[in-house]
Design a protein around this ligand. Structure first.
Ligand SMILES: *[C@@H]1O[C@H](CO)[C@@H](O)[C@H](O)[C@H]1NC(C)=O
Ligand SMILES: *[C@@H]1O[C@H](CO)[C@@H](O)[C@H](O)[C@H]1NC(C)=O
Length: 183
């Protein structure tokens, strides 16, 4: 037969198990997955960045090109955008004021993404216009971030340069990188 003391000792275990059946659900945590403009998470991957530039004499720059590309995913929608841009600026660098349109399958007005890249700061800025599946609100959201890219630069100098030949050639290639922007 149980004594009063041993019955009481059993109670806390019973009480702790009780809330599992039929207790009210706790309120949703901030940032829980529910589609909307509050906390979209953007993933840019793989980010491919490279450039080359040449000199045709010690002082005259020759052909140059910078390229950047990545796939843009927004965790609130089930499609992606393919983004790419190129630069023929000196040394193939990018300026933040140049914007590039990304390609989205069925790219309606409410399905548009654009980006810019600034070589000096290393920042990628993105504007994206989107709608929740089955929703009727069109969001336009801006975000930016700096991917941590590992890049290698190699320089080739023409050992016996003569006028009309390439004087030097500088190539920079980065390992494919990733940027996550949690808005
Ligand atoms: C994003 O939108 C702002 C405001 O319209 C504009 O000034 C900026 O250039 C846009 N940036 C990109 C990357 O499209
Ligand atoms: C630059 O040098 C690389 C490696 O030598 C070569 O593959 C590339 O074609 C050169 N680029 C130009 C524009 O000459």
């Amino acid at each position: 037969m149980f004594s009063k003391t041993s019955l009481l000792a059993l109670l806390p275990a019973f009480a702790a198990a009780a809330p599992a059946c039929g207790a009210p659900q706790p309120p949703p945590q901030p940032g829980s997955p529910s589609c909307g403009s509050t906390h979209p998470k953007w993933t840019l991957s793989p980010i491919d960045l490279s450039s080359y530039y040449t000199y045709t004499s010690p002082s005259a720059s020759g052909p140059k090109l910078g390229t950047i590309s990545f796939t843009f995913a927004n965790d609130q929608v089930d499609y992606v955008a393919e983004c790419s841009g190129s630069s023929v600026n000196p040394q193939g660098i990018f300026y933040g004021f140049e914007t590039f349109e990304c390609a989205t399958e069925g790219g309606e007005e409410w399905k548009k993404t654009s980006f810019s890249y600034d070589t000096a700061s290393g920042v990628i800025a993105v504007n994206s216009t989107w709608m929740c599946p089955g929703g009727d609100v069109v969001y336009t959201t801006s975000g930016s971030g700096k991917p941590d890219l590992e890049c290698e630069t190699s320089v080739w100098n023409n050992p016996d340069w003569e006028a009309g030949e390439l004087y030097s050639n500088t190539t920079m290639v980065c390992e494919p990188g990733e940027l996550v922007i949690q808005l």
